[in-house]
Design a protein around this ligand. Structure first.
Ligand code: HEC
Length: 214
């Protein structure tokens, strides 16, 4: 018989020999050899086997707890809960703000408060000027609607301006030449910040809102 057919580890004799050598703490080298490479015939160390079986067991425990029995929330559920909580907080903040804000207070209180207006200016410069222009002219109307042309497409009341900024282009609207605006109240600004930037715009367009002036 040649070497290939007689793989020593498959014969009982060889297994016994290997066990014996192992008991004596010797390193066993399997007899076969390919391209000058031989294999050790060693037991895997216990620490290594522990990680292997441990990982397999952990998978079953995890899968059962999280998915079969649904005892613990999966990371998706945790994230959904957090998002829901944040949305609820935002909704509450918006409600609290709206309870104390109307057309008149936006014009007479918010837009006349220098701290509010300068906070609004900061927001405008960093988040709005890119599309609406530092001069409110929207780069000649190429990147958004001008905010200094006396026209308020979604309603000319102060609260309408707040609303379009807070909620963005309404669903079903084509926007402005197909360009739509995001709902800032849902993407980056708190309700209070939306009010501040609204106050800033009102302060720069006093003629548009003079009927609300006390
Ligand atoms: C990515 C570009 C972009 C940015 C940034 C942007 N807008 Fe707009 N905005 C638009 C477009 C486009 C419209 C027109 C939407 C429509 O008609 O539905 C618009 C419309 C508006 C309107 C309505 C104007 C009108 O004449 O009726 C207001 C008010 C407004 N934006 C305020 C803001 C404020 C405040 C910010 C910053 C928080 C802001 N926008 C940031 C693109 C932008």
């Amino acid at each position: 018989m040649d070497k290939m057919e007689q793989d020593p580890i498959t014969s009982n004799e060889a297994i016994k020999r290997a066990d014996y050598a192992r008991e004596k703490g010797e390193i066993v080298l399997r007899e076969h050899e390919y391209d000058g490479i031989q294999e050790y015939d060693q037991k895997l160390p216990n620490w290594w086997l522990f990680t292997l079986w441990g990982a397999i067991a952990a998978f079953f425990i995890y899968y059962t707890l999280y998915y079969t029995l649904d005892l613990l929330p999966s990371s998706t559920q945790v994230m959904d809960q957090r998002v829901a909580k944040i949305e609820e907080q935002r909704a509450q903040a918006l409600k609290a703000l709206l309870d104390n804000m109307d057309d008149s207070s936006l014009v007479n209180d918010w837009a006349t408060d220098t701290a509010v207006v300068s906070a609004g200016e900061g927001i405008y410069t960093s988040m709005c000027a890119a599309c609406h222009g530092a001069d409110l002219a929207a780069n000649g109307g190429t990147t958004g609607r001008a905010l200094n042309d006396g026209e308020w497409h979604y309603g000319a009341k102060p609260m309408d301006v707040f609303k379009i900024i807070n909620e963005g282009t309404p669903e079903g609207s084509n926007g402005y030449n197909g360009l739509k605006m995001v709902a800032w109240g849902k993407s980056g600004l708190s309700a209070e910040q939306v009010a501040q930037v609204t106050a800033y715009l009102i302060s720069l367009n006093p003629d548009d809102f003079k009927e609300y002036k006390k």
